[in-house]
Design a protein around this ligand. Sequence first.
Ligand SMILES: *Cc1c(COP(=O)(O)O)cnc(C)c1O
Length: 393
Amino acid sequence: MEAARQAIANGDHENIEIYADRLKGELLQPVINGTGIVIHTNLGRSPLKDMQGRDKRFRFSNLEFDLKNGRRGSRDKRVGPLIAGLVGADAAIVVNNGAAAVFLALSALAKGKAVLISRGELVEIGGGFRIPDVCEASGARLVEVGTTNKTRLRDYENAKLQHGAEIVLKVHASNYKMVGFTEQVSIGDLRSLGTDLICDIGSGLLDENAPWLGRERPKWLGSEPGARQALLQGADLITFSGDKLMGGPQAGIIAGKRDLVETCSRHPLYRAMRPGSLVLSALQETVAAYLDNDAQNLPLWKMARAAPEELLERAKALGVGEVVSLKSAIGGGSLPGIELDSYGIALPGDQTTKLRSMNPPIIARMEGANTVIDLRTVDPGDDPHIIDAVGSL
Ligand SMILES: *Cc1c(COP(=O)(O)O)cnc(C)c1O
């Protein structure tokens, strides 16, 4: 579509294929290094054995090399623009994880400035990543707004006047739930404040309607916000993880208005936080799955949408242990409280230590006095290994 747009804009629609090839040439890909320079910075420095898994040859890549003009290129021109297109942003950059994305965005855009955050969103993500601490470390001045359970637009308006704030940070409470007498202000309503609006949406569900899961949005997605919708509703910048509900490798994405994304990419911290060709190529493949309408086959979505009947059949076919109905969780600090019906096998007593000593190790969990293995998260190709391992107990 992008190729078609460019060709039409140039009045050159007969040559769409040339435009498509050019866009393809901008993607990260293996190249043959005939320069004689072994550690070639433009070609991804040290050669990697398994670049994109196509073959087992040593490969360099065009990480920072422009295949069209033969000059130094930029790694920012690879998967970033693809992600931007996917979520409807002007621009996007990739860093090492979601925490880095939030830290970089605040460091680049909010240092020395007052940042308004609802008291209901001063969250700890885990591993010591606490929004107030990140805010302080970035040099931003945190201004708490509202109360733990209720924050209204009026609270933001008052705080903005009082502190001359130019930035609002909205953080998605990915890993816990507030119920009862609660109120938070939507992205759409925050827009009326006229400040820059940064939204840490966390889990990285790219589209809240998850069209790749079929026409009907599964109930278990709850009210998880989508990257596309956060931008449509008026977020100027969003941050999210690559390895939660996006289903890709560990990475952090910053996407949104071009000037804000560029301010982030010019900040010295970006150089310290950018991933290399392994992560970028895995992320590029993940993005390609969404663009090719093949996201339902990403491992995350395949496992999440596996039908209970299918899991029951597999559990029966194992022929070891006792077939039991189970509840799976999405996990990863996303969709708290959501359970998926599942099936697996139960073994009497605690077998978890022995199962962990198998090759490859099998990680099971205890339910009461039984050890259970939930098949939702087991690749069907590993079922024979489960049979052997359980048989050997
Ligand atoms: C998970 C999460 C983060 C941190 O992302 P990592 O990829 O784990 O570093 C930050 N903010 C929110 C809201 C999250 O859910």
